[in-house]
Ligand binder design. Structure first.
Ligand code: OAD
Length: 244
């Protein structure tokens, strides 16, 4: 393999698991405790907005008590140091709606950190009246007014099932230009993210899986390393940054 320049990294719930944020599909995961159709679809929100708001208010509060772990911090160091070392760039795409990659980037001093949150963000709200998106740390269940237009029409800025993930064009362009595609802590169960490895492989990137166990798409990867993210991600990043 030629030395890689451009790297696309896709992360999922597994990268935040050791920060104390439960995954979706592991035993005891969020989708065992709640039905997707009750809390994570536009239909659920139309039917029972109180239930949906309470669910996301609780999650929004929880993540603020969590902190980035060694895997988030290592990926931030790769984003910071890889361009100077290789002349390429690292595009970090996450399915996670927590802000732990963003906080890790700030902690490691990444300049112009761009974390693509393809499934939205807990700490952002979207006004269905004026379309504005803005940072938000409080609750929505009490129906606060939108700071931009004054209408109490805020919803979580989360991509629900049946909605279009964010920034797909930027993601596909980065995959097209990538020499290396790395998937970290995701089960490979949810499309379109689950299909990125196949697209990357077909467009010529070398592909690596870093996950606790084999994911559903594991056969698509050129290499797979299995173990907890806080162990295997920093080890891989050190390898990359030491030219290994
Ligand atoms: P899942 O819960 O489906 O998968 C988590 C993956 O992380 C599994 O393959 C686990 O084996 C792995 N894992 C667990 N602990 C780990 C650890 N400590 N280190 C490394 N890997 C670990 O979560 P996602 O694949 O992220 O969408 O789920 C994708 C999407 O489904 C989410 O973004 C969410 C959900 O419904 C929306 O909410 C739109």
């Amino acid at each position: 393999m030629m030395p890689p320049r451009n790297i696309v990294i896709l992360t999922g719930a597994g990268v935040s698991a050791e920060s104390g944020i439960g995954t979706f599909r592991d035993s005891g995961g969020l989708w065992e405790q709640h039905r997707v159709e009750d809390v994570a679809t536009p239909e659920a929100f139309a039917r029972d907005p109180d239930l949906v708001h309470r669910f996301y208010d609780m999650r929004r509060e929880q993540i603020q008590a969590r902190a980035p772990n060694a895997a988030h911090l290592a990926l931030a160091r790769l984003q910071r140091d890889w361009p100077g070392q290789s002349g390429g760039r690292v595009t970090l795409v996450t399915q996670n709606v927590d802000d732990l990659h963003d906080r890790a980037a700030r902690a490691e001093g990444v300049v112009d950190a761009d974390v693509i949150h393809m499934h939205g963000e807990h700490l952002s709200v979207w006004c269905t009246a004026c379309d504005a998106r803005q940072g938000w740390t409080g609750a929505l269940a009490d129906r606060p007014a939108c700071p931009s237009c004054g209408v109490p029409a805020l919803r979580p800025d989360i991509v629900w099932f049946g909605e279009m993930p964010y920034r797909m064009e930027a993601i596909l362009t980065a995959i097209d230009e990538a020499d290396m595609f790395v998937s970290i802590g995701t089960s490979g169960a949810v499309y379109p993210a689950a299909g990125f490895v196949r697209t990357a492989a077909e467009l010529g990137a070398w592909t690596l899986e870093l996950n606790l166990e084999a994911s559903q798409g594991t056969d698509w990867f050129d290499e797979a390393r299995h173990g907890p993210a806080t162990r295997i991600v920093p080890a891989w990043v050190e390898e990359m940054l030491s030219g290994g």
